[in-house]
Design a binder for this molecule. Structure first.
Ligand SMILES: Cc1ncc(COP(=O)(O)O)c(C=O)c1O
Length: 412
C-alpha cells in the first residue's frame, strides 16, 4: 500500500499537479530531515488509508444509533469499534472519540464540568501549561479564572507543595494536571488527593504521555482523574485528533459537551483512523515501541547533558526532553534556527528559570523510524557539534540525510 494512495493512483498528480508537488515535497522533507518535534510521529500506512477513505464523505452528527443524518449504519460501527478499543486500551468506563483535537477535548472537559467564571488551578504557561490551561489569548483564559502553579526553579519538578497550598487558598472547581513540556511522570494520586481535599474535579490533560500509557511506559491517569483529555497523534501514533476518557457517571455530560455543545458533525474518517491506531497500540509491538521511545529519550537527554546543555529536571521519564543550550553560547531561538538549517527539526520552549528560551525535543518519530540508543547518542553529538560551530550546516545536513536514509519513515 502506498503512503499516499491517491498519489499512487496518480489521480492527484494528473488532476492537480500543484498540490501533488506540495504533498510529495512534504514527504521528501520528512524523509530527509530529523523529526524531533516532541508532539509529532509517523502514522502507519493503515492509519493514512483510513484517513483517505470514503468515510471522509459521511456526515454523522450525533452518536451511534442516534444520528441526525441518514446512512450512518456503517460509520456507526466504526465509532463503536473505536470507543470499545479506547475503553479497553486505557481501562476506562467511557470514551468519547469525536473531539476534533486536543484543544477541543479540553474545551469539552471544561464544558462538561465548569461554568464560566469558575476557578481552575493549572500549571502556568511559562512552566509548560498548554494554551487551554488559562492563556489570555485562548477561550480558557477569557472564560475561567485560572490560578497557576509552577515548577521548582532549581529542579524543574512540579512544586507539589505549592499545588496543595494554592488549592487550599483558592478552592478551585477543577484542577488540571498535564503539560506540553514536562518530561517527568505526573503524580496523579497526589493530584487526586488534593482535588478530593478541596472538592475539585481533577482533569488530566494527557495529550503528550497518553501513547506511553497505552504502551505501559507511563502511569495511567484514568483511575485518578474525573476526565482525561488526550490527543491521538503524538506518541499514540494515530491521526490528528482528540479524545476524552471518564467514568460512567460523567459519560453523558462529556458526550453532550462534545456534541452538541462544542462540535457539530463527527469526522468519521478520523474516527476510523483512531480505531486503527488503538488497535495498533494494543499490540506487543507497540508496548516495545513505547518503552524504546523512553529508552531513546533517556540516552538523548544524557548525551545532551554530557555535551554541556542543561537538561531540565536532569533527564526524562518520557519521550520529551527540554534543555537550555545557553552554556554552549546560543540562546534557544537561535539554536532552533541553527539546527533547522542543519536538518534537525525541533521546538523552542520556556525554561523553569524563565530567563531565556530552551529547546524541546522528543523521540516518538525517530523511534517509529526504527532508530535506537546508538542513533540517539549520535544525534546528541551532532546537535552539540552544530551549536558549538564545530560542524557546519551543510555537513550536518548531509549527515542527517544519510542517517534518515537508513530509517525511512515510509520506505519505498
Ligand atoms: C498538554 C496539551 N494539551 C492540549 C494540546 C492541544 O492539542 P491540539 O494541538 O490537537 O489542539 C496539546 C498539544 O500539543 C498539549 O500538549
Amino acid at each position: 500500500m502506498s503512503v499516499i494512495p491517491v498519489l499512487e493512483a496518480d489521480v492527484l498528480r494528473r488532476q492537480d499537479p500543484e498540490l501533488a508537488e506540495i504533498l510529495l515535497g512534504e514527504l521528501a522533507r520528512q524523509s530527509t530531515t530529523l523529526q524531533l518535534v516532541a508532539a509529532e510521529n509517523f502514522t502507519s500506512p493503515a492509519v493514512l488509508a483510513a484517513l483517505g477513505s470514503p468515510l471522509a464523505n459521511k456526515y454523522a452528527e450525533g452518536y451511534p444509533g442516534a444520528r441526525h443524518h441518514g446512512g450512518c449504519e456503517i460509520v456507526d460501527v466504526a465509532e463503536r469499534v473505536a470507543v470499545a478499543r479506547a475503553k479497553a486500551l486505557f481501562g476506562a468506563e467511557h470514551a468519547n472519540v469525536q473531539a476534533h483535537s486536543g484543544s477541543s477535548a479540553v474545551l469539552a472537559a471544561y464544558a462538561a464540568l465548569l461554568r464560566p467564571g469558575d476557578t481552575v488551578l493549572a500549571l502556568g504557561l511559562p512552566y509548560g501549561g498548554h494554551l487551554t490551561h488559562g492563556s489570555p489569548a485562548n477561550f480558557s483564559g477569557r472564560w475561567f479564572d485560572f490560578v497557576a502553579y509552577g515548577v521548582d526553579a532549581e529542579t524543574g519538578l512540579i512544586d507539589y507543595d505549592q499545588v496543595r497550598a494554592l488549592a487550599r487558598t483558592h478552592r478551585p472547581k477543577a484542577i488540571v494536571c498535564g503539560s506540553i513540556a514536562y518530561p517527568r511522570h505526573i503524580d496523579y494520586s497526589f493530584f487526586r488527593e488534593v482535588a478530593d481535599e478541596v472538592g475539585a474535579y481533577l482533569i488530566a490533560d494527557a495529550a503528550h504521555p497518553i501513547g506511553l500509557v497505552a504502551g505501559g511506559a507511563a502511569p495511567n491517569p484514568v483511575p485518578y482523574a474525573d476526565v482525561v483529555c488526550a490527543t491521538t497523534h503524538k506518541v499514540l501514533r494515530g491521526p490528528r485528533g482528540g479524545m476524552l476518557l471518564c467514568g460512567s457517571e460523567l459519560a453523558e455530560r462529556v458526550d453532550r459537551a462534545v456534541f452538541p455543545f462544542t462540535q457539530g458533525g463527527a469526522q468519521m474518517h478520523t474516527i476510523a483512523a483512531k480505531a486503527v491506531a488503538f488497535g495498533e497500540a494494543a499490540t506487543p509491538a507497540f508496548t516495545a515501541y513505547a518503552h524504546q521511545v523512553v529508552a531513546n529519550a533517556r540516552v538523548l537527554a544524557a548525551g545532551l547533558a554530557a555535551e554541556g546543555l542543561v537538561v531540565t529536571t536532569g533527564g526524562t521519564d518520557t519521550h520529551l526532553i527540554t534543555a537550555d543550550p545557553l552554556p554552549l553560547g546560543v540562546e534557544g531561538r537561535a539554536a532552533r534556527g541553527q539546527l533547522a538549517a542543519a536538518g534537525m527539526v525541533l521546538d523552542c520552549c520556556a525554561l523553569p528559570h524563565g530567563d531565556s528560551r530552551g529547546l524541546r525535543l522528543g523521540t516518538a518519530a525517530v523511534t517509529t523510524q526504527g532508530m535506537g540508543e546508538g542513533e540517539m547518542a549520535g544525534i546528541a553529538a551532532l546537535i552539540a557539534g552544530v551549536l558549538r560551530g564545530r560542524v557546519d550546516a551543510r555537513r550536518a545536513r548531509d549527515e542527517v540525510r544519510d542517517l534518515v536514509g537508513g530509517f525511512l519513515p515510509y520506505p519505498g
